[in-house]
Ligand binder design. Sequence first.
Ligand code: FAD
Length: 116
Amino acid sequence: SRNPECPLDKDELGSRTWGFLHTMAAYYPENPSPQQKQDMKSFFDIFSRFYPCEVCAKDFQKEIQTQPPNVDSQKSLSKWLCDMHNIVNVKLGKKSFDCNRVNERWKDGWIDGSCD
Ligand code: FAD
């Protein structure tokens, strides 16, 4: 495997960033304030302009224009982000993830107890 003290390549940056984004969505409030909703929209807007992979950022900007972040609740934001990630998965020929299980993956752990 690669030297972990070297700059991130596109795939490492991607998997670490998804880890951060899905975990942030997992801890977003179930009942966000108007300010929190606005802030989360701004976060993704700015994120999409600075994500340090040019093609990724360009496509992600287009996707969030057609399908803006659903900032109404923890569940809706996590579902939206899962859908966005699946768009990238399909584009790259990867398997689509079952978004009914996004909170098991990123918040609560799998129901079979394998993360306990
Ligand atoms: P990743 O796709 O990084 O996934 C990490 C883990 O997340 C998986 O192991 C799985 O457990 C879980 N997971 C998978 N799908 C979902 C889902 N839908 N919802 C929740 N959890 C899920 N790479 C490119 O080559 N071209 C691009 O245009 C591109 N655009 C990107 C845009 C963004 C915003 C980001 C963050 C990354 C982008 N990437 C892009 C990187 C790409 O998505 C992957 O991160 C990279 O290919 C490494 O893939 P991976 O197999 O390690 O798994």
